[in-house]
Design a protein around this ligand. Structure first.
Ligand SMILES: Cc1ncc(C[n+]2csc(CCOP(=O)(O)OP(=O)(O)O)c2C)c(N)n1
Ligand SMILES: [Mg+2]
Length: 544
């Protein structure tokens, strides 16, 4: 076997079904080995999209997604995706080519030190220099990528190592590893803290959305009956309408949900990852914070828990619930605030204004998405509105990036969601800015025959920055642009496109797009004057 064949055999051994990316001539041995394997090669039109897709595979399944690129320029195009997976804790393995290590027939043409480039962006970046180590290195790469805290790993396979014939080294079989569960003494201490709280509140953070955790979290909340709120990336991790949801912290302070947070004397912070924009700001005199995590808390200026419960979160929470169930007289002490908070959030959700308000768009999207439908956001102003206003009842049904918060990932992440869940409705929601950063992938989506609807929110501007500019008192300057005619643009890719031209047109347009199947683009103008009215002026007045 040559190096490429060993690599592909090792990937099959990890259960890899597809590799996403754009090969270069340095990868041709790998491409040939893939042709003879069970693994599908999925071409994209930009490596960045391939990395976003691979990372989303990891995010949704817990198993590393795999992407492939050539050396130099192609590998550099993976870097934003690497950072996306690193900050977002998404397991991913990136494989890049390189010129030969033993001879350099093309001198330094296209040679960039990619291993050094990837080192600060990954959990591990490694150049393979001989065939014999390939099976063990691939096993190690997947182990590192998938274990807590998950993230990206980079492997560089130089073309001469890929082509080199070596001994048939056996692959290393993966095996499930159970994580340690929290110590009994730590569980007792945490239970005592919670029993002593007058106004307890649960917060579900980014790690709460790990695919394997959904059932355990829902059980915990149901058993202890303490109301909960989420961070943006913790959204959707408690199944069903528990009646205990208090809101999502899309802002760091002064939103309606902070009325509960500010009143709490104990916050049980489950799976919080400080890569997220802070859901609340710790300071002197605030509530006690109990951090429950796979790993100890990262201490920050705005997050410094007073106690910790460390270990496999699911089983640890079950043991904690054993100590608390039926013993918490004050469990629901903050619940009387719930109605008021949720009513404020739902304000004007059905207003018939055109262009549509963000609240109306969120409301109409929720109407056409079934409970298990998946909405994938790009980054822009609407992310705050979706995080705040879109209610989720199934884990990982609102995929957003509150970690790198990069533009351009909305469409690729939705494409991967549609590949993994062809039976569920998947909607990408993108601003006109973010959509155009990876719109070339419409061709990929059409070629793959995906069922996918893309909703473009059109304000002809980088709206989020325009809002910040206004909120900070700067003049309105430099944030507007023109757009292609999105309906014509969609049709040029061989897909359907619809423009919403009335306040009541969005829900029927989305419904028709899903009913038609295939890839469908819907564009709707958005009225962002609500940003100032609600997120600046109204919220400034809610201090009690
Ligand atoms: C790759 C990248 N570039 C720049 C930014 C900074 N940024 C955040 S939101 C935003 C504007 C997004 O515009 P658009 O996609 O049209 O969404 P809108 O806010 O207008 O709804 C910008 C420029 C970013 N987050 N990521
Ligand atoms: Mg915009």
């Amino acid at each position: 076997m040559n190096g490429a064949q060993l690599l592909v055999a090792a990937l099959e051994n990890e259960g890899v079904k597809r590799i996403i990316g754009i090969p270069g001539e340095e990868n041709l041995d790998v491409v040939e080995a893939l042709r003879r394997s069970s693994i599908e090669l999925v071409l994209t039109r930009h490596e960045q999209a391939a990395a976003f897709m691979a990372a989303t595979h990891g995010r949704l399944t817990g198993e590393a997604g795999v992407c492939l690129s050539t050396l130099g320029p192609g590998a550099l195009n993976l870097t934003t995706g690497a950072a996306y997976a690193q900050l977002g804790a998404m397991p991913m393995v990136m494989i890049t080519g390189q010129k030969g290590v033993l001879s350099r027939k093309q001198a330094r043409f296209q040679v960039v030190d990619i291993v050094s480039t990837m080192t600060p962006l990954t959990k591990m970046a490694y150049r393979i220099v001989g065939t014999a180590t390939i099976p063990s290195i691939v096993r190690e790469a997947f182990r590192v990528a998938q274990q807590e805290r998950p993230g990206p790993v980079h492997l560089e396979l130089p073309e001469d190592v890929a082509a080199e014939q070596g001994p048939d080294v056996p692959v290393v079989a993966p095996h499930p590893t159970a994580l340690p569960v929290a110590e009994p003494a730590a569980l007792d201490q945490a239970a005592e803290l919670i029993r002593g709280a007058q106004y307890p509140l649960v917060m579900l953070g980014a790690a709460a959305s790990r695919p394997r955790l959904a059932d355990a979290l829902s059980d915990f909340v149901r058993r202890v009956q303490i109301p909960f709120f989420n961070t943006q990336m913790g959204k959707g991790s408690v199944a069903g309408g528990s009646g205990l949801y208090m809101g999502t912290a899309a802002l760091s302070a002064r939103d309606y949900v902070h009325q509960a947070i500010d009143r709490a004397d104990l916050i049980i912070s489950i799976g919080h990852d400080t890569v997220e924009k802070p859901p609340f700001l710790m300071g002197p005199g605030g509530p006690i914070v109990l951090h429950v995590g796979y790993l100890p808390a990262t201490v920050e200026e705005v997050y410094f828990p007073h106690a910790e419960l460390i270990g496999d979160i699911g089983p640890s929470l079950a043991l904690l619930a054993d100590r608390l169930e039926g013993k918490l007289a004050r469990a629901g002490a903050l619940l009387p605030l719930r109605e008021r908070i949720l009513t404020h959030i739902a304000d004007r959700a059905q207003e018939s204004r055109y262009p549509l308000t963000p609240q109306r768009i969120v409301h109409d999207v929720r109407r056409v998405m079934p409970e298990d439908g998946i909405v994938c956001l790009d980054n822009g102003m609407y992310k705050i509105w979706f995080a705040r206003n879109y209610r989720t009842r199934v884990a990982n049904t609102l995929l957003l990036d509150n970690a790198l918060a990069t533009m351009g990932a909305g469409l690729p992440s939705a494409m991967m969601a549609a590949m993994l869940h062809p039976d569920r409705r998947v909607l990408a929601v993108c601003g006109d800015g973010g959509f155009m950063m990876n719109s070339q992938e419409l061709e990929t989506a059409v070629r793959l025959g995906l069922n996918l609807v893309i909703l473009i929110l059109q304000d002809n501007a980088y709206g989020m920055i325009r809002w910040k500019q206004a909120a900070d008192g700067f003049a309105d300057f430099g944030m507007s642009f023109g757009n292609p005619d999105f309906v014509t643009y969609a049709r040029s890719y061989g897909m359907q496109g619809t423009r919403v031209d009335g306040a009541d047109g969005l829900a029927p347009a989305l419904e028709a797009a899903f009913a038609a199947g295939g890839v469908h683009l819907v564009t709707v103008p958005i009225d962002y004057s609500e940003n100032m009215r609600v997120l600046v002026e109204e919220l400034a007045n809610i201090r009690e």
